[in-house]
Write a new protein. Structure first.
Length: 189
């Protein structure tokens, strides 16, 4: 198999993880990151939760930090045009080659976990990919946008230097609860 074919296969594997849907909980991501040497522990983090405005808040924080001279990792979702927008360092999205290399490493670890009945989700894998990329790029700080899982979201494995909570509204009720109070108790990471 050529390197290009391997890269294409690994990226197809990543896209295929979306069929596994959403699984809230920290067990898989904790195990996956342990296998990868806990990259999220190698730099300070800012963690942004809430219902509305998380992405914009993350972008503003990252921009201010970058303008202040820091090397900043930024992880947001979903992307606008290209998956690689989710993972950026100083505004530069992860390269396609780097994405494919990390994907190959993650596939190996996830296949190991699947043998024992632990199937990683797309969001868990992309979160781990961002954490690895930020470690390898030696960021000074990383900004993580919480997905929809709040307390049980894959990003919640970070130990934040600062936690930010944006507006909370009635959304994702099938996962987070059917009242603002229930969502507010689960939404913030």
């Amino acid at each position: 198999m050529t390197p290009e074919e391997r890269k294409e296969l690994d990226l197809k594997w990543l896209a295929g993880l979306q069929m596994h849907g959403i699984k809230l909980g920290l067990e898989n991501i904790t195990e996956l990151l342990r296998k990868l040497g806990n990259p999220q522990r190698t730099y300070p983090c800012i963690h942004v939760a809430g219902s509305d405005g998380k992405g914009s808040t993350c972008e503003i924080i990252a921009s201010v930090l970058e303008k202040s001279g820091f090397r900043v990792g930024l992880y947001t979702s979903p992307e606008v045009l290209d998956f690689r927008e989710r993972i950026a360092v100083n505004g530069e999205p992860i390269s396609e080659d780097r994405e494919a290399r990390l994907c190959g490493r993650l596939k190996h670890e996830c296949d190991d976990m699947a043998e024992s009945g632990r199937q990683c989700t797309f969001f868990e894998v992309t979160t781990a990919m961002a954490m690895m990329h930020f470690r390898d790029e030696k960021v000074d700080i990383a900004v993580f946008e919480v997905g929809m899982g709040g307390r049980f979201d894959a990003t919640n494995v970070v130990t934040p230097l600062v936690s930010v909570i944006s507006n909370i509204s009635l959304e994702h009720t099938e996962y987070l609860g059917d009242t603002i109070e229930k969502i507010a108790s689960r939404r913030p990471a």
